[in-house]
Design a protein around this ligand. Sequence first.
Ligand code: PMV
Length: 325
Amino acid sequence: MKATAIAPSNIAFTKYWGRKDEQLRLPANSSIAMCLSNLLTTTTVEFSPTFKKDQIIINGGKDSGEVERVIKHLDHIRKIAGINLKAKMVSNNNFPSGTGLASSASGFAALTLAAVKGAGLTLSEKQISILARQGSGSACRSIPGGFVEWLDGDTSDTSYAIQIFPSNWWKIANVVAIISQKRKEVSSSIGHQAAYSSPFMATRVANMPEKNKLIKKLIKEKDFKKFGELIEREALEFHAITLTQNPSLIYWTPGTVLLMKLIQKWRNEGLLVYFTLDTGQDIHLICEQKNVNKVKTKLKNLEEVKDIIVNTPGEGTRLTREHLF
Ligand code: PMV
């Protein structure tokens, strides 16, 4: 059977960094994120006795680095479905991969739903989120829509994402500034493995439950200023871990640093905008939707910014009849 899914990327307000269980991909802490309306992966999967081997085509064949991981994920779903048919999988992103825009999140979320349906399985949202997590941790947060929380859990069955507020809860935006389309040198999947070597990791993990509680309260109360301050501090704390783990990871480029400083300057001048950033050079500017045009105008004047993508809180992973082959 053939099935196609569309999945959003998501931006974490509190970050997943480090795993308490490598094998099961259980995160060191729970994390809170928002699904993104305009950073999308579309994936078609078909299992058929006519296929002699798995055929995986990601972004027109440009992203061959992920093929092995995709086949491993398909094997997992084949095992659950009790089938041994080979598959054809075609997947396209509408944005650059591997630059800090969480392409693995939307990629593994879309792959999971398309493969589950293609294999003829009927699973709950929770079960699909658990499966997506095993492909790429943050992918579990792209399954439910809107504002989501990934519960860290102590077992595979208790580590999955739930919606905490729907997408229309709060009119905020994520304006992505693309600094460069260059792929990062070290994937986050590898980076996670050394998180506990940072001398600051234990303190971070101890403080995360309180921070997550506070962030949920600020989203509930729609207190944008306090929310913005907290997510910016959290992004910098997460990078303090990557910078001090062994071997250290420096994901910023000069353009990233320049923009971080400019955002703080714009804020001092009265524009309420904050930043967050993941494992890459691109920056996510978070503002209220009423300020999107002002933020875009500022970004358009900078030669360091190669492209701008505006997102509002988005829907979760869904099926479509528009197959890619
Ligand atoms: O799911 P992964 O292995 O791509 O890790 C994502 C890690 C960060 O993007 C840096 C943080 C997060 O919570 O999304």
